[in-house]
Design a protein around this ligand. Structure first.
Ligand code: FAD
Length: 521
């Protein structure tokens, strides 16, 4: 049975990754009516599998990508102000030794990076003495000096969810687990068929403009839903990361150059872990099948071991994830040289508008959304003005100077929470924490305890306000508690979700990018 939705939307969006929800939020905030469908969970594609940096991309300077670097650098502080609870400044140490790009060359690159960066908050580059005890460096003693520069860290999947929540609060209709299966245009309207994978319901939606924000699936959507015969716009380049138990104290990250000239990062992750990656490999398969290969695991371990005092082997891997970059196919011969810039195409079919997004980075999603809205404005007429630059994402209005001050404010109200829980809540929900826990005055008031500081009150909030349906939605995208919960604790959460009529199934079925096989290996 298919249901026909009588409403005619201004804008329909296929894909609930960062670019889709970014467009939905901007458009809804300007007064357009918006419907977005995501075939799995929000952020289940590339947008939860990134290195999680809001950055200009130091290495793109080498490829003379000044426009991309400048736009990205400008976005750093805009996004930091927008969501200071899930985005924070991070200092990166770039160790220097013989055989690397020359010292003067790196210093020059960093000076350009600082200069292009519109910095008001982030400190600039400095030299660093790695041999000093004070640096407490996890690097081998052969690395004696280097540079230290600024970029930002982002919880990528929460950035997606918070954009979705804000879009919904501005009137957009968003659905996860709902796939676009067909789209035809006639007389200025798209007729779009969608299918919900949880209940099998088919719904027909009508809209004036269609935005194809399906990331790595962009060509597949054009072929399968729009019946385009030949569509080859993006090159799928896989990147994998490994997570190991915490390797060093402190909050600094390391950017290292591998023997093959590639860059990889070593980053503090989720308090108790260290994140290392990434790779750049032509994927050559469907975006539905993304998994780290044994070769990638060894490559990342060997790369890290060549820098760190502690040797890293594949036995140290506690979790890994892989994603595919949907890079605009500019014909570059090497995967790492393909452009990271985005390309937007807008065309009219039978008086209805179709926009395709090729490529893009988490960092540039807000600007990309503004570009898409310009096309929509040209077609549907102007409504509202650009507004996201000085906006806040839900929970981001923390009204204190720093996250640690905000943690103190939370602790003041919820003195019975552990410091670890306070830290996690501050960095996941910011001000919304007060809505989730209200006037609770003891842990008992929060309902069932699922372990790792996850209580029923939070789970209910995620189901009711953030579209969470499965344990993976909760444990791997709306949080990363899946890294610390035991199998029994996850099973208890699954039982609770079943009782609450939501879907609980393993990530293999719904999260192509997360490789659970190695979880708690
Ligand atoms: P996605 O997040 O993949 O979203 C597309 C969505 O469309 C998916 O959720 C999919 O399920 C959905 N979809 C597909 N077909 C349909 C359909 N028929 N109906 C409905 N929905 C559909 N960028 C940075 O700025 N900083 C970084 O540090 C960084 N690191 C990266 C590291 C790696 C390894 C990778 C792979 C990328 C990295 N990026 C980084 C780039 C960034 O992650 C991506 O460019 C960005 O997430 C792409 O977002 P998207 O919305 O276009 O695609």
């Amino acid at each position: 049975m298919s249901k026909i939705n009588d409403k005619i939307y201004d804008v329909f969006i296929a894909g609930g990754g960062i670019n889709g929800v970014g467009v939905a939020r901007d458009a809804a905030g300007r007064g357009y009516s918006v419907c977005l469908c995501e075939m799995n969970d929000f952020a289940s594609g590339t947008s939860s599998s990134s290195t999680k940096l809001i950055h200009g991309g130091l290495r793109y300077l080498e490829h003379y990508k000044f426009r991309l670097v400048q736009e990205s650098l400008k976005e750093r502080e805009i996004l930091l102000n927008m969501a200071p609870h899930i985005i924070w400044p991070m200092r990166f140490i770039l160790p220097h030794t013989k055989g690397m790009r020359p010292r003067w060359f790196l210093r020059l690159g960093l000076a350009i990076y600082d200069h292009l960066g519109y910095r008001k908050i982030l400190p600039g580059t400095s030299n660093v003495n790695l041999a000093s005890q004070k640096t407490n460096s996890p690097l081998k003693d052969t690395f004696k000096s280097g540079f230290e520069y600024s970029d930002c860290w982002v919880d990528d999947s929460r950035l997606v969810i918070l954009n979705a929540v804000d879009a919904a609060s501005k009137g957009a209709s968003l659905r996860n687990y709902t796939k676009v299966t067909n789209a035809t245009s006639s007389n200025g309207l798209w007729t779009i068929s969608t299918k919900n994978s949880l209940n099998g319901k088919v719904e027909i939606v009508k809209a004036k403009a269609f935005v194809n924000a399906s990331g790595p699936w962009v060509d597949e959507v054009l072929k399968e839903s729009f019946k385009f015969k030949d569509s080859k716009n993006v090159r799928l380049v896989r990147g994998s990361h490994i997570i190991v138990n915490k390797l060093y104290e402190g909050d600094k990250s390391y950017i290292c150059q591998n023997k093959d000239g590639r860059i990889f990062f070593i980053i503090p992750y989720e308090d108790n872990f260290t994140l290392i990656g990434t790779t750049d490999i032509d994927h050559g398969k469907s975006a539905d099948q993304v998994k780290i290969s044994e070769q990638e695991k060894s490559y990342i371990c060997e790369s890290a071991s060549s820098y760190l005092k502690q040797e890293i082997t594949t036995n140290d891997i506690v979790w890994s994830y892989s994603g595919v970059r949907p890079l605009y196919d500019d014909g570059a011969s090497k995967a790492q040289e393909a452009t990271r810039d985005y390309v937007v195409s807008a065309k009219e079919y039978d008086y209805s508008l179709m926009i395709n997004i090729f490529g893009g980075k988490i960092t540039t999603y807000r600007r990309l959304s503004e570009t898409i809205i310009e096309h929509i404005e040209n077609f549907l007429g102007k409504r509202g003005k650009p507004w996201t630059e000085h906006s806040r994402l839900p929970g981001g209005d923390i009204k204190v100077a720093s996250l640690s001050e905000f943690e103190a404010k939370l602790k003041n109200k919820y003195s019975f929470f552990t410091n670890e829980l306070i830290r996690r809540l501050a960095r996941s929900y910011g001000e919304i924490s007060f809505d989730i826990f209200g006037d609770a005055d003891s842990l008992d008031a929060l309902g069932d305890n699922f372990g790792g500081g996850l209580y029923e009150a939070e789970v209910q909030y995620l189901i009711n306000n953030e579209w969470a349906r499965s344990s993976d939605d909760i444990l791997f995208r709306r949080s990363k508690l899946g890294l610390i919960l035991s199998e029994t604790e996850i099973e208890n959460l699954n039982l609770f979700l079943k009782k609450n009529n939501t879907k609980s199934q393993s990530s293999e079925n719904i999260v192509p990018s997360e490789n659970k096989e190695v979880l708690k290996a």
